[in-house]
Design a protein around this ligand. Structure first.
Ligand code: SF4
Ligand code: SF4
Length: 102
């Protein structure tokens, strides 16, 4: 059965764009680095950096989190999101390459 998040949000690929634009209700803005202080670097997908939220486990346990999902739960910022598109493109290319037998 589809959940509320499945219906409204596309998969989060950890591009970090949303948390570099404005903090969610649990975040705090880092004026020097122009992003939420809880945003943390994760692995790189080729040349593109991915991110995670340091307090994700805390956020998803809060009442109402299902209606205001945190980063990593789903993406509502897909439109003209170059960072997300780049990561998805690289993931698709990498996946295709792994199926090529020489
Ligand atoms: S929710 Fe969307 S914009 Fe935010 S990090 Fe995930 S993919 Fe990127
Ligand atoms: S999801 Fe985490 S990193 Fe993103 S704005 Fe909220 S607290 Fe900050």
């Amino acid at each position: 059965m589809k959940t509320y998040q499945d219906t409204l949000f596309k998969p989060c690929v950890g591009c970090g764009m949303c948390c570099k634009h404005a903090p969610c209700g649990y975040g705090k803005w880092d004026y020097k680095n122009h992003r939420c202080i809880h945003l943390k670097e994760k692995e790189k997908i080729n040349e593109f950096q991915t991110y995670e939220c340091r307090i994700y486990e805390f956020i998803i346990k809060q009442p109402g989190a299902e209606f205001s999902p945190a980063f990593n739960t789903g993406c509502s910022s897909t439109f003209l999101n170059t960072d997300r598109n780049n990561i998805i493109r690289r993931l698709k290319e990498n996946y295709s390459m792994s199926n090529i037998t020489t």
